[in-house]
Design a protein around this ligand. Structure first.
Ligand SMILES: C[S@@+](CC[C@H](N)C(=O)[O-])C[C@H]1O[C@@H](n2cnc3c(N)ncnc32)[C@H](O)[C@@H]1O
Length: 199
């Protein structure tokens, strides 16, 4: 009886330490001052269509708040692929979410990563990458490449701390829609969905 809360507390402290280590060593890569809120994670994961049977691609899991929300949709852990750059987070992620395919790598290489995995199509892409810390050209390339890995009417979900989408719409190629705002996130964030323009 007394063990469960203790485990939860240890995990929370471990997450905070991992986050603090990353904040000190890689502030630009982390791009946040606190882990994402559970509410934001739940909204982002709500786009998953578990019935599709397709895997889901997560980018920048960090402490795994969004990974948890993804698993809470009922998708099996082996269908979740998650690319994290910072090695600080990987041991904790693997320990807390066994079965999830955590890959240490650069999410800006997702086309090559998917090719190496032999996966042509994901159900959707859920990204917590700090896009505003990258150049507009890098951001645009990332969105275009992410959308190539999912079906025409499926979304890439991205949160961002700015008022505007981190990558503006390119009507010829893709649209962007404001899905929600989460004011209780630290800092408050907006959630955007990207979708390929009709063919
Ligand atoms: C805003 S934080 C995400 C916070 C996370 N949702 C949480 O609650 O802990 C951004 C995450 O993206 C990761 N990241 C940044 N650049 C990356 C890249 N090029 N490839 C993969 N992950 C990256 C960071 O290491 C960090 O874990």
């Amino acid at each position: 009886m007394t063990q469960k809360p203790a485990k939860g507390l240890a995990a929370k402290i471990g997450d905070k330490l991992d986050f603090a280590k990353s904040l000190i060593s890689q502030p630009k890569t982390l791009g946040a001052i606190a882990p994402s809120s559970a509410r934001m994670a739940k909204i982002m994961a709500s786009v998953i269509n578990v019935e599709s049977g397709l895997p889901v691609l997560e980018l920048g899991p960090g402490t795994g708040v969004i990974t948890k929300a993804i698993l809470d949709t009922g998708i099996s852990a082996d269908k979740v692929y998650s690319v994290e750059y910072d090695s600080c987070f990987l041991a904790g992620l693997n320990r807390r979410y066994p079965g999830v395919n955590f890959l240490q790598g650069d999410a800006f290489r997702i086309s090559q990563i998917a090719k190496e995995l032999g996966i042509e199509q994901f159900d959707c892409v859920i990204s917590a990458l700090p896009l505003l810390n990258f150049s507009p050209a890098q951001r645009l390339k990332l969105v275009k490449n992410a959308l190539k890995l999912i079906g025409n009417e499926r979304p890439m979900v991205q949160f961002s701390y700015g008022r505007r989408p981190p990558v503006p719409a390119r009507p010829k190629y893709f649209s962007v829609v404001h899905m929600d705002s989460v004011f209780r996130n630290i800092p408050p964030a907006r959630i955007w969905t990207y979708q390929r323009s009709g063919t």
